[in-house]
Design a protein around this ligand. Structure first.
Ligand code: DGT
Ligand code: CA
Length: 569
């Protein structure tokens, strides 16, 4: 868990430096390093032990020393020094989307506002009105931003929860007192955000387990410490973790109950009542006689239904489908033959195409599409026409030796009037064209919808990336007519992306399910900017599974030849 702890410290430093108006390159260096740490596959202690810190992208001698200090002491003197000169609340205020360091400074210096709470109050009381540079829109945006932070604080993107859960499971699993251990709740259902983590165990001797659980290094606060249930708040993102001990012969019933969802449980309970049965976290009963409870499978067969994978347990028709034997055969990682959305050094990625190809070989994929940004996205290193031709040549050369096929791709910008920012003569050179909106999010629903449907009609566009633009903690999905977009996508043989980037996961599971009913195909793309991010395919797959997708819905499941046919439209 140190990885994220170090990343958090670096992010905080970046924020304070920004407030102080320091050199942007120094600030970016800390942000960049934090991102690398988030994505690092190995534990930072292990990397440090091997003396390989400087091999991590963005980590030089200075940051390597700082990491060593954090590992050794749990903190960083440099940050402590910085914080002495800066009220805590100001750093928190910087997390409000749309509020830049200049405004935060101004609010502090002119109105003595030094916390999110004071800011909210001041906006509501109209105190910002006379401040230079603050418009009505700014006030609205600040309130919306504060709302996003508050919402964000109560739920975390699934990847954070997965990391926290893994740390606890790894520490507990080794105890001989534990017989069974399993994660339940929204995390087992692979929901895109998670409020708290629910862990179930069976044990004949739970006391030492509970004692160890509440004293693990990751624990910040103990909420409850009992014989059968304990609850803690983790240091990481203040995430709550509940640990429950259940009887071995009720384990299936408890797992079913605590996996939920609540809506699914209610539906199942209604079904039980119809059959003259009672279902709860201890088992399924007729009167006082227990009929099942040891495993989930026993319970599903007692109800004469197929096993419902946790991802589907949302009361979206899965119970009826399970009774009729009509559950979808959900897509799995083994079905995935490639990644459609990877950035290389040509734009804002950190790795060369060759490095990406090498890494992809370890994934058992057949292909990967290198989709760098296009010319108008200058901030993200969008490629000029000349650079495109250079990249195409390089791909051709690498393909002669590489075991995986490198598809030449691009992530083009959908302009504010629905155009594409490369001419057809360039577009036709690519194997894959992804189109996406990167600017002008505040247009009307009609305008935004029209932009995307126009892009679908471009004969070279194959995929619409992150179709609703949501960015967790930063931006709500923009308002679009999803039905119109589905229709345009289907009619023009365009796939909608499931962007696997943890803060995006866009489309959402509900939109995926909806779009599938409209006959749309999907493309999974990790939107990787560094090699370690290629692993987030699993997160996109969770969305796909929660959206009831099978391998026939997803173009990543086509083999190379079939895919090339499909891409030609
Ligand atoms: P979250 O909000 O991300 O933590 O989502 P869950 O689904 O993990 O919700 P949580 O942790 O409140 O509860 C875990 C499971 O326990 C939930 O999925 C279903 C079950 N459960 C909780 N409260 C109720 C309830 O009032 N009725 C029923 N039937 N089941 C419940
Ligand atoms: Ca939960």
């Amino acid at each position: 868990m140190k990885n994220q702890e170090v990343a958090r410290i670096f992010r905080e430093i970046a924020k304070i430096l920004e407030l102080k108006g320091e050199n942007v390159f120094r600030i970016r260096a800390y942000e960049h390093a934090a991102q690398s740490l988030d994505n690092l596959e190995d534990a930072i202690e292990v990397v440090a032990g091997k003396g390989a810190l400087k091999e991590i992208p963005g980590i030089g001698a200075d940051l390597a020393e700082k990491i060593k200090e954090i590992i050794k002491t749990g903190k960083l003197k440099y940050l402590d020094e910085l914080k002495k000169k800066m009220p805590d609340g100001l750093v928190k205020m910087m997390e409000i989307p749309s509020l830049g360091p200049k405004t935060v400074k101004k609010l502090y210096e002119e109105l003595k506002i030094d916390s999110v709470e004071k800011l909210e109050k001041a906006v509501r009381e109209g105190k910002l009105k006379n401040l230079e540079g603050i418009r009505e829109k700014t006030e609205e945006n600040i309130l919306r931003g504060i709302g996003l932070i508050k919402k964000g604080a109560s739920r975390q993107p699934i990847n954070f929860a997965l990391n926290v859960a893994k740390t606890f499971l790894d520490s507990l699993k080794v105890m001989e007192e534990i017989d069974k251990i399993e994660v339940a709740g929204s995390l087992r259902r692979q929901k895109d955000t998670v409020k708290d983590i629910d862990i179930l165990i069976t044990s004949k001797n739970p006391k030492p387990i509970m004692d160890k659980f509440v004293t693990l290094p990751l624990v910040k606060e103990i909420l409850a410490h009992g014989e059968t249930k304990s609850s803690i708040v983790a240091k990481e993102n203040n995430m709550q973790v509940d640990l429950r001990v259940v009887e071995d012969n009720s384990f299936g019933a408890a797992l079913l109950y605590f996996t939920g969802s609540k809506e699914f449980n209610i539906k199942l309970r209604q079904l039980a009542i119809k059959k003259g049965l009672k279902v709860n976290e201890y088992g399924v009963f007729r009167g006082n006689k227990k009929l099942a409870g040891k495993t989930e499978k026993d319970i599903f067969s007692l109800f004469k239904m197929d096993y419902i994978p946790p991802e589907l347990r949302e009361d979206r028709g899965e119970i009826d489908a399970a009774i009729c034997g009509k559950l979808p055969k959900l897509v799995g990682l083994k079905d995935i033959k490639g990644d459609f959305h990877v950035h290389s050094k040509y734009s804002d990625g950190l790795s060369s195409i060759e490095e990406i190809a090498k890494k992809i070989e370890t994934y058992n994929y057949e292909y990967v599409a290198i989709c760098d940004h296009s010319q108008s996205l200058k901030v993200a290193g969008g490629l000029s026409k000349e650079e495109v031709y250079k990249k195409l040549k390089e791909i051709e050369k690498i393909n002669k030796e590489s075991k995986v096929r490198i598809l030449s791709g691009t992530e083009v910008d959908i302009t504010s009037d629905g155009g594409i920012d490369y001419s057809e003569s360039i577009l036709k050179e690519f194997d894959v064209v992804i189109a996406a909106i990167h600017t002008g999010f505040k247009q009307t629903r009609v305008q935004l919808t029209k932009r995307i449907t126009s892009a679908c009609k471009n004969k070279y566009v194959n995929i619409i990336a992150h179709p609703t633009g949501r960015l967790w903690g930063v931006r709500e999905p923009y308002d679009i007519d999803i039905d119109e977009i589905c229709k345009a996508a289907k009619d023009n043989q365009v796939a909608l992306e499931i962007n696997c980037y943890p803060q995006r996961l866009d489309l959402s599971d509900a939109n995926v399910m909806h779009a599938k009913k409209k006959g749309v195909k999907f493309a999974l793309g990790t939107d990787s900017h560094q090699l370690d991010q290629l692993r987030s395919m699993g997160l996109g797959l969770s969305v796909a599974r929660r959206g009831w997708l099978t391998k026939t819905d997803i173009i990543n499941c086509l083999n190379f030849d079939k895919l090339m046919e499909w891409l030609k439209k």
